[in-house]
Design a protein around this ligand. Structure first.
Ligand code: PLP
Length: 448
């Protein structure tokens, strides 16, 4: 309770004098759905791409930690004192589970990675920031990214002072002609496109996957244009039984910097991700090191090291499943596939021929619905208040546009919630087609 007078504004502090990212609406996107979810707790949320919660169990955390510690003692011959120090002390900046991650990558993704080229980070988010920071020398450097893109990338780029240069995306993913055209335009403007961010599997927000020939052409285009590809792959394991090779698995020229996350295949509360940056970098005195070494230097000044306790939990989960996350996520994948089919069937039953269209991904967490009206933040709030259903306005992911599209995330919902949620969504769409409610609110996306 507070009946104090409001504190005076600090005389020297103006938003306009703080970091430019703070005045950019993109930085508020991460909070949007949290806020709306809290304001309308009874609304069914198709908004956030969070993992399914029914399998969460505090007992697993104890078990993962015990498994990792037992591994260090039995397999590596560590003493109890060494294990204690590892968990309680500051640690190595590149992390302590690079070997287990390399094994997982070999088994699940057919990626061969030297553990020295892996930096374990505080979520994929920190990996994105550190890589972009490393690639930005000065104001001429830009990163290309498909439009629409994941808000975490946009935010990391803002913090790294690295403008995002949009590239067109179609029903089959990144438009390669436009990629070359945009790289040329950026160069003609005196800029240096350093890399292109892509999510080749079940992208966020579009749910789009690149075919294998498209992946190969993307690698060729990147080589021709002298671009790194920043491949982000949090959803690739959640497929219908047909796994496509990652760009990194197809990459023979070390073009791909691979951004990994355990937020969906492990659990997001651990906040553990990683980057494989195996590119060789020439130094000023002719010495050669890995891009990972430079990324680690940046990380050492951002977070020193990723919590060894958190890494031990992810390490324990990996060990309990022989480092195979496909096996570790068998139940979760079934749930996501079931939910995906239920949403697709439910949309067909409710919206067939109604001027509403949607895409049909084979996996992942997201579907995009196109509607015949503006589906912006105000409409999202209207849907939450009047119809008890929440979704994400696609405009959050576009540099501009996307106003008649909404993203549906289905990963966290039960079958009952999906049925009720789709009924509510159908009522909202009927209502919104007939009239456009006048609402003025300023609300600002939770994770995912
Ligand atoms: C495209 C994309 N990248 C990465 C992540 C996960 O990032 P983190 O490991 O920081 O939770 C997400 C989660 O929503 C995502 O959608």
């Amino acid at each position: 309770m507070s009946n104090d007078k409001p504190l005076p504004v600090h005389a020297d502090l103006f938003e306009a004098t703080l970091h430019a990212s703070l005045s950019n609406a993109a930085l508020e996107s991460m909070n949007f759905l949290n806020e709306i979810g809290m304001r309308y707790p009874d609304a069914i949320s198709f908004a956030s791409g969070r993992p399914y919660e029914e399998f969460f169990d505090v007992g697993l955390i104890h078990s993962y930690l015990d498994t990792y510690c037992a591994h260090l003692m039995r397999e590596r011959g560590w003493s109890a004192g060494q294990v204690r120090r590892l968990l309680f002390q500051y640690g190595r900046t590149k992390g302590i589970i690079g070997d287990l991650i390399a094994r997982h990558l070999e088994l699940d993704e057919r990626i061969t990675a030297d553990p020295e080229s892996i930096v374990v980070t505080v979520g994929c988010q920190e990996a994105m920031f550190c890589v972009l920071r490393a690639l930005r020398r000065d104001g001429r450097d830009v990163v290309l990214a498909v439009d629409p893109s994941y808000v975490g990338l946009t935010g990391a780029a803002l913090l790294a002072d690295m403008p995002v240069w949009p590239v067109r995306s179609g029903a089959s993913g990144i438009d390669l002609d436009d990629l070359s055209a945009q790289a040329a335009r950026a160069r003609a403007a005196g800029l240096r496109p350093r890399g292109c961010y892509v999510i080749p599997d079940f992208s966020n927000p579009e749910g789009v996957s690149l075919s294998v020939p498209h992946r190969r052409r993307l690698l060729d285009t990147a080589a021709r244009e002298g671009l790194l590809l920043l491949e982000d792959n949090p959803y690739g394991l959640f497929h219908d039984g047909t796994a496509l090779p990652t760009l990194k698995a197809l990459d023979t020229g070390r073009r791909v910097v691979y951004l990994g996350s355990f937020a969906k295949t492990g659990f997001p509360g651990a906040r553990v991700g990683y980057v494989i940056a195996d590119q060789r970098v020439a130094g000023r005195r002719g010495e050669v090191c890995l891009l990972a070494d430079h990324v680690a230097k940046i990380k050492s000044m951002v977070s020193v090291n990723t919590s060894p306790v958190a890494q031990a939990l992810v390490g324990g989960k990996l060990l309990e499943h022989g480092c195979c996350l496909t096996a570790a996520n068998a139940r979760e994948t079934q749930v996501y596939q079931r939910n995906l089919r239920q949403v697709l069937d439910g949309l067909a039953a409710r919206f067939g021929g109604a001027g509403v269209s949607w895409n049909r991904p084979r996996g992942g967490f997201f579907i995009v619905l196109t509607v015949p009206f503006t589906a912006d933040d105000a409409m999202c709030e209207y849907a939450a208040r009047e119809h008890g259903v929440v979704w994400t306005p696609m405009s959050h992911f576009y540099t501009k546009g996307g106003l008649s599209q909404l993203r549906l995330a289905f990963s966290q919902l039960t079958p009952g919630q999906i049925e009720t949620g789709l009924d509510r969504l159908a009522a909202f769409v009927r209502d919104s087609r007939s009239h456009r409610p006048v609402i003025s609110t300023s609300i600002t996306i939770s994770n995912g």
